[in-house]
Design a binder for this molecule. Sequence first.
Ligand SMILES: Cc1cc2nc3c(=O)[nH]c(=O)nc-3n(C[C@H](O)[C@H](O)[C@H](O)COP(=O)(O)OP(=O)(O)OC[C@H]3O[C@@H](n4cnc5c(N)ncnc54)[C@H](O)[C@@H]3O)c2cc1C
Length: 245
Amino acid sequence: MEAVATRNVLNGGNATAPSRPYDPAYDPLHTPTPGQGREYAPTYWIGTAGEPPADDGPITHDIDVDVAIIGSGFTGLTCAIFLAQEYGIKATVLEANRVSWGCSTRNGGQAQCASGRLKRSQWIQRYGLDTALRLHEEVCDGMQTFKNLIKDIDCDPQPGGHLYIAHRDKAMPALEKEAKLLRDVFKYDARIFDADTVRREYVDDKEAAGAMHEPEGIGIHAGKLAFGYLRRARHSAPRCTHRAP
Ligand SMILES: Cc1cc2nc3c(=O)[nH]c(=O)nc-3n(C[C@H](O)[C@H](O)[C@H](O)COP(=O)(O)OP(=O)(O)OC[C@H]3O[C@@H](n4cnc5c(N)ncnc54)[C@H](O)[C@@H]3O)c2cc1C
């Protein structure tokens, strides 16, 4: 993929200011590039994360790099962190807009032991039991990596597991069956809560009929996490640029 209008986001003194306003009509499914120099989407995360950390500003001339990472979302920034940490590689992160301008500052902030939207019973149907068990191991491993990664990042972590809330009584038997599968086959301690427990212990959802609780799950502040990743990456990688066509 070609890096468009990129800026280096890892050294420098200040966060590069946007040169273009937020475009509410931007649709990644229909627009060939993410644009250039765009302001953040006005999300809650951006509104409450504080000032974006410093970056390296626009690239203004050709540069030699060992590894160029295109995009400064969660993927690009953690890739830079791990390349430095595990291989001693100082990568250069190239970003077309502001730091973590894309999905990473527009999401739900939920970290859980999951892979897409399919339930584990559906993993078994689709991939077979052996693969489903390996996938479970992998997502649990990923969760552990994430927990280690955020230990010293100020991103308002709220551990406590993950709830799948049923809003109709008739949805409960499927959740009960899934929880049993998680316990018996995956050795993953999922529990069923009644509506009162959900309201008393977790969320005052008047429409909740009950819920399945998974033990692993952390809510985080996505904007603070993205900015924290950038700060961490800047310690280890030499450059993180913006808007350098
Ligand atoms: C509404 C919503 C809710 C979500 N909720 C959750 C959730 O609760 N939990 C969860 O785990 N996941 C959630 N996700 C998914 C999660 O946000 C993404 O998987 C994650 O942020 C992807 O990170 P990324 O770094 O791959 O991409 P992005 O964060 O999108 O970053 C890509 C970056 O690359 C830049 N870029 C793109 N092309 C170029 C180019 N050619 N040159 C230079 N720069 C470029 C973009 O400007 C952008 O900043 C949600 C996503 C959405 C949309």
